[in-house]
Design a protein around this ligand. Structure first.
Ligand SMILES: [Zn+2]
Length: 76
């Protein structure tokens, strides 16, 4: 990885799916912007929280799928 960026796609109200841009040494208080048009996505801390929630939901979904059809646990 050459760039220290987060590869998360956001949807900009102007450009559609885009990437976020953050200043160097950003903190949770710094605002993330649309890489294409500069639209404000809000504080990075909020975005992080949302992303984590989203990631958790995805993992939950995955786990549910993985355990679907499982009849029982075999404990050795
Ligand atoms: Zn945009």
């Amino acid at each position: 990885m050459a760039e220290d960026t987060i590869d998360v796609t956001f949807t900009c109200s102007k450009c559609g799916p885009t990437k976020i841009e953050l200043p160097d040494d950003y903190t949770d208080d710094d605002h993330a912007k649309c890489k294409s048009c500069g639209a404000d996505f809000g504080p990075y801390g909020d975005i992080k929280k949302r992303a984590m929630k989203h990631a958790k939901a995805e993992v939950d979904k995955m786990l549910k799928g993985a355990f679907k059809g499982l009849k029982g646990w075999k404990v050795k």
